[in-house]
Design a protein around this ligand. Sequence first.
Ligand SMILES: [Zn+2]
Length: 341
Amino acid sequence: MAALGVSKWIIASALAVAAASGAVAAEKNPLLARDGLPDKYIKRIKQYQAALNKLDDSDQSKGIYRNSTLWGANYPKIRVCFLEGSQALREVVANVAKEWQAEDNSVRFDFGKAGKRRTCQPENGKEMQIRVSFSQDGYWSQLGQNSVVFVDQKEPSLNLGGFMNVTPDQLSDYEIGTIRHEFGHALGIEHEHQNPKGGCDNEYNWNLIYSYLEGPPNNWTKETIDWNLRQASGEDLQLTKFDKTSVMLYQFPADFYKKGAKSKCFVPEPNSQISAGDRALIAQMYPANAASRLENFQENKEKFEAIWKKGDEKTTKGVMFDAVKAFFDRPGTKDDPAEED
Ligand SMILES: [Zn+2]
């Protein structure tokens, strides 16, 4: 898995070496793809997706599956806790993550009070939607509700590896951008380079990408690379047009693209800010208007249920959990007393 705490200069130096030599040597350049979910989680989710695809593998149904990862209308706020880290570090993470909140959306994070940002306590039985760790390898986050459906309350759902190795004021722009990126995933946003409207699949120099990311510091399997880079499918995916400025886009050296720096998917520096396109997407996913959000949620549930009912006891339902219940009948945070200041 990825090395800890990559900083912008590492990426920049990898670029410089690549430019000087005219070729990228995987052993020499510690280039790290922004993030990647550990294999054990990908396996859990893939198994479930394969079972769903047996019921209906049309593009439209894939879109419906994706929509099920959005936090339902019963989550007016999303509780976040930390497995470790100082209050100062937690404060930075909380403040940066909250940049996703806006008047035109209904995303609200609850980190607990300032100075007492919440420590995870799985033993008290209260569901924490996002559990932040700093001690696993690399950067990653589960997609939306997958954080509570496929991951145990004792396990982290979002990781910012190496952030405890520096004082919070030493975090680079790239690392701060990574907080935005991971919380984007935690809200259910996928990678921008996997946007079917972007066509980045045809832009990448795949041989180079595989050989690079299979080596250190990523040490990714082909499965992980495909999971993080290959284009998503699904007619119903909530898409905005391809946004090159998205914080959810990966950045690689020009060699990684067939057209080099001229590729529409290439950006010279990692995007660190939440773009206007990212904001438009999140407002679409989590409308500010509570009635609209509820309506979307119920519609998603009905569509999902219609697919689920195609299974019988012998096939999907016999070997899987009740996915309708797991994604659409969650306890939520509706009746929760206010803890955030
Ligand atoms: Zn990512």
